[in-house]
Design a protein around this ligand. Structure first.
Ligand code: GSH
Length: 294
């Protein structure tokens, strides 16, 4: 039983990120396929998935297509009641559904003015009145979630749920554009973005070179605050400390250097995602720790 998930891009496609998180964070099995969101092949790539039109799109194991993130979320929650996608407590579930629905339908100013990007943090960005109003509304909804759930910090409903999935790209906007929210809500945003799963998503996104950089602003930028200042860099050849790839166990062909040591991987993508954020990958950190602590 495996789902097929179709996504467009990792650094910039907020809806793709939600689609991925709703499978990955709840341990649901899936294969990932890339759609040419920025390469000009999107219409052609989506043809076999009709009538799905946008990313993300989900194909169920029996071949049924589901478009729209909220429909995907409800379908997965219904098919996997044990996975805890929605909060179990009825009042919390009502509120979580509400928050997700309002995310899909709302916040036009924030979404238009601050397109999601996970590369770096823009500095000196000045949000419009409309975007500030969207932020106030988001903080009102998050406060409502915390009143309903009693959770004063961490996931909005005490346990990680679809509400946190749907607001992770909002957290990326708040941090990536330095938008004004309360200290507690900024901490919540940083916590969402520090999740190892989110770090891995970003690291995979960082393997792509964009020219021109989408949604560029004429503003200074600073490093992404989580895993953003990697000490690793690619190197042409070995020998590496390891003979086999930490991820696949296959012989190594691509190399990076970290803290004066050379490490190998079985393909460029796995090497580059590790260069982007070495600390995001437990199999790599376990391998380096085993060697350096032996
Ligand atoms: N309401 C949709 C929004 C999906 C969406 O807007 N996806 C964007 C990428 S983030 C897309 O496919 N854009 C391509 C286009 O508009 O042609 C959902 O909830 O899934």
């Amino acid at each position: 039983m495996t789902y097929d998930l179709f996504i467009g891009d990792r650094l910039f496609s907020s809806w793709s990120m939600r689609g991925w998180l709703m499978l990955e964070k709840f341990g649901l099995p899936y294969r990932n396929y890339m759609i040419g969101l920025y390469s000009g092949t999107m219409t052609e790539d989506m043809k076999p998935l009709a009538p799905a039109r946008l990313v993300p799109a989900l194909r169920l194991p029996d071949g049924t297509m589901v478009g729209e993130s909220l429909a995907m979320a409800e379908t997965l929650a219904e098919r996997h009641p044990e996975a805890g996608l929605w909060p179990t407590e009825p009042a919390a579930r009502v509120a979580a559904r509400w928050l997700c629905a309002e995310m899909v339908a709302g916040f036009a100013a924030l979404r238009g003015e601050c397109p999601m990007q996970l590369k770096h943090c823009w500095q000196e960005f000045e949000p419009s009145q409309e975007t500030q109003a969207d932020l106030k509304r988001i903080e009102t909804l998050w406060a409502h979630a915390r009143i309903v759930s009693g959770a004063t910090s961490g996931p909005l409903f005490g346990h990680y749920s679809l509400a946190d999935v749907f607001y992770t790209p909002v957290a990326a906007r708040i941090i990536g554009y330095g938008l004004p929210v309360s200290e507690a809500n900024r901490d919540y945003c940083l916590e969402l973005l520090s999740d190892p799963t989110v770090r891995q998503w970003r690291a995979m996104g960082m393997t792509v070179d964009y020219d021109p950089f989408p949604y560029a602003l004429a503003l200074p930028s600073s490093a992404w605050p989580i895993g953003g200042q990697s000490e690793a860099h690619t190197v042409e050849g070995g020998p590496s400390v390891n003979d086999t790839c930490p991820y696949s166990g296959k012989p190594v062909t691509h190399f990076l250097e970290l803290n004066g040591q050379c490490w190998g991987f079985c393909n460029q993508f796995c090497r580059d995602k590790t260069v982007a954020d070495p600390g995001a990958w437990p199999k790599f950190t376990e391998m380096t720790a085993a060697v350096n602590h032996s």
